[in-house]
Design a protein around this ligand. Structure first.
Ligand code: OXD
Ligand code: MN
Length: 586
């Protein structure tokens, strides 16, 4: 009798009629064969085998270079279950509309069946997915981003407990591109895109959208968070999980080289994008990184901003939509000076200088996590790492101080739900527009975000040793428009204060928005920064925060009566605390 996975493969083959079916077993030999086929047909270009051994360049269709949120749908039975921030289609409408696009879609193509495990091989928290795809580039990327083949198949046996994801490139037309999630069936359908989060279904589709739905049902958390360890001079490591909207340096923070290494503070990387967290029997919240690789934005990455990843990508990596130098090396804006003469741009055309980009702005590297020098020794820990603190952050030129601690769990959830970032000129052409992105989950929460806030509020009391909650802002600017804080490796100074707060060892002052470090509580030795700059970084301006209250009131209004009352209570309490402080005359 066919197993559930075989039945689903047969059903998908009847719909998409591939010319052949290949089951991916995770073996080296099968992987090499796949790479050789892609080198032969031009899907991949080999890079310099001395400086970038086993590394490849892929150029995607120029119309297919990023996640496409407008065609991403949550197809729950009830529209209200998707909520006001997700696109919604009924499951019946979605299937009727999109099955027509899948019909015969693989006619002259190979169908690859990719069983994969999200999470460490032995972890009780890991979950099996199966992606069916007609893109060999997707298969090669999945080899890096997840654990493929034998491990998930053995774990699955004859069970139907897997998340099926059907993917086809279709005709790559943006008009016939859909990324659909059926949360009740735990099913994903994606057609018309071969790119990143649209096509590597283990990542945003499963590990965030479907998993967040499962997590709410099963009392755990699936979050868009990096995970880092900070080891202090005593040898004790605290783990921190942090959520930031895009363009806030999440991957760089995850792989940061500590500026306090000589003082004995070292940072290690558990994950750079997604965290699955469960309450453990010792009362801690345990986090695993469900991914096995990093899929990071290339432009701006260099030896200063992220030396660890620059080392990691020197082998076994795939680069997508970056430039190619005459010596066969990848190149992107910000890697190191000007592009060498003769560099080919991301579309495969000679770069003529001028303002045209060599690498597409969202070009990426895909690299095995294990290759990162900063990888944590507990990266594969089946029990996960205990989280001491949550960090939420955004890009705010004013308003938010460098760091503050929430008053308690419920206040922390409110702080996270009001998270925001200001757009940069590079993104919209207009600076300073504040976008709310609660918990950095706006594009990734697989259900009604009002209920997601409710889930967060309910989880706190269920975690006996709950993480403390902090907000950070590396991007505050002075009157001259310059950043006040140096960022990068210096951010460890803020992590150190956070860990000391957790250990009840460091000082803070209570302000209406939460606890802000005293200037003395931050370790600033060796940092050339003026006292007045630190004071400005830590300043809480009641007038700014009163304006902020209006903006958050409007945002929460979108959720209507589904919004937990506790969020409004927190809003009122903040208003009350702000109204009590008198603005000091300057
Ligand atoms: C990502 C994203 O690629 O958040 O991780 O867009
Ligand atoms: Mn992400």
């Amino acid at each position: 009798m066919a197993s559930p996975i075989e039945e689903w493969v047969e059903e998908s083959a009847r719909l998409t009629t591939p010319k052949k079916i290949v089951w991916c077993n995770g073996s080296e030999s099968q992987h090499h064969q796949l790479i050789d086929e892609m080198l032969a047909d031009g899907t991949l270009i080999g890079l310099d085998s001395k400086t970038y051994p086993n590394c490849y360049l892929h150029r995607s269709d120029p119309s297919d270079v990023a996640r496409t949120e407008q065609i991403t749908f949550i197809c729950s039975r009830l529209q209200n279950d998707a909520g006001p921030t997700n696109n919604w289609m009924s499951p019946a409408d979605a299937k009727e509309k999109v099955s027509g696009l899948f019909r015969w879609a693989m006619k002259d193509r190979t169908m690859y069946v990719v069983p994969y495990l999200m999470g460490p091989a032995e972890s009780p928290y890991s979950k099996v997915g199966v992606e069916i795809t007609d893109s060999p580039y997707v298969v090669a990327s999945m080899y890096i981003m997840a654990r493929i083949g034998r491990v998930p198949l053995e774990r699955l046996g004859n069970s139907a407990d897997f998340v099926p994801g059907l993917h086809s490139l279709g005709d790559l037309s943006p008009d016939r591109r859909y990324v659909l999630h059926f949360p009740e069936e735990k099913l994903i359908w994606s057609i018309g895109s071969g790119y990143g989060g649209n096509a590597l279904l283990g990542k945003k589709c499963f590990a965030l959208r479907i998993a967040s739905w499962m997590a709410r049902e099963q009392n755990w958390m699936a979050e868009h968070m990096l995970i880092v360890g900070l080891t202090g001079p005593s040898g004790k490591t605290h783990y921190i999980a942090a959520a930031f909207p895009s363009a806030c340096g999440k991957t760089n923070l995850a792989m940061m080289v500590s500026a306090l290494e000589n003082e004995g503070y070292k940072v290690t990387t558990v994950g750079d994008d997604i965290s699955w967290m469960h309450v453990a029997s010792d009362g801690t919240l345990r986090a695993i990184n469900p991914e096995a690789g990093f899929f990071g934005v290339a432009p701006g990455t260099n030896k200063k901003t992220n030396p660890n990843v620059m080392t990691a990508v020197r082998s076994n990596s795939i680069f997508t939509n970056v430039g190619l130098t005459p010596s066969g090396e990848p190149w992107w804006e910000g890697i190191n000076g000007a592009a060498p003469a003769g560099t080919i741009d991301w579309r495969g055309r000679p770069h003529m200088g001028g303002s045209e980009l060599v690498a597409q702005a969202n070009s990426r590297y895909t690299v095995p996590a294990r290759q990162t020098p900063s990888i944590s020794p507990r990266f594969e820990d089946p029990e996960g790492v205990p989280i001491s603190a949550f960090l939420f952050g955004g890009r705010r030129a004013r308003v938010a101080p460098l760091v503050y601690e929430a008053r308690n769990w419920a206040h922390g959830v409110f702080v996270a739900a009001t998270m925001a970032s200001e757009t940069t000129a590079a993104i919209t052409g207009q600076t300073g527009i504040t976008r709310r992105d609660p918990m950095a989950m706006l594009p990734f929460c697989g259900y009604n975000m009002a209920r997601y806030f409710g889930h967060w509020l309910e989880m706190g009391p269920k975690i006996p040793r709950a993480p403390r909650i902090f907000h950070v802002n590396w991007f505050r600017k002075g009157a001259d428009g310059k950043f006040l804080w140096p960022g990068y490796g210096e951010n460890v100074r803020v992590l150190k204060w956070i860990v000391e707060r957790v250990e009840e060892k460091s000082d803070a002052v209570e302000t209406p928005i939460g606890f802000v470090p005293t200037r003395e509580a931050l370790t600033l030795d060796g940092l050339d920064i003026q006292r007045s700059t630190i004071e400005e970084l830590l300043r809480v301006d009641p007038a700014d925060w009163i304006a902020e209250l209006d903006s958050t009131r409007q945002f929460f209004g979108r959720f209507g009566p589904a919004l937990p009352q506790e969020i409004w209570k927190q809003h009122e309490a903040l208003q009350h605390r702000l109204s009590r402080v008198t603005v000091p005359a300057s």
